[in-house]
Design a protein around this ligand. Structure first.
Ligand SMILES: [Zn+2]
Ligand SMILES: [Zn+2]
Length: 96
């Protein structure tokens, strides 16, 4: 977990939102139906949006995932998306 995200992940707002969202998805992974372990942010969290509740706590931006699917999501993202992160966690779009 990135240092700048710690405060958010430990906040009551996030814990409440995460739990309510998981409950609504019946604690099942939205991709494969296995038990969900994580609530993923479709629009990845960055240092810039970490205080934007439209991103961080918006159910439209959340996805319940099992560990496997979550790993794949982030692994695939690193491989195929044309984005990378600088040392501060800011997204850098790399030009093709
Ligand atoms: Zn899954
Ligand atoms: Zn994720």
């Amino acid at each position: 977990m990135k240092e700048w995200a710690k405060e958010f992940y430990h906040s009551k707002n996030w814990k409440d939102t995460r739990l309510a969202y998981l409950k609504a998805q019946h604690y099942l992974c939205e991709r494969c139906g296995e038990p969900a372990k994580v609530v993923h942010h479709k629009h990845y969290l960055t240092k810039r949006n970490i205080n934007n509740t439209d991103i961080t706590l918006n159910w439209d931006n959340l996805e319940a995932l099992c560990q496997d699917c979550h790993n794949k999501e982030h692994h695939a993202a690193a491989d195929t998306r044309r984005y990378r992160f600088d040392a501060d966690g800011n997204v850098i779009a790399t030009t093709p």
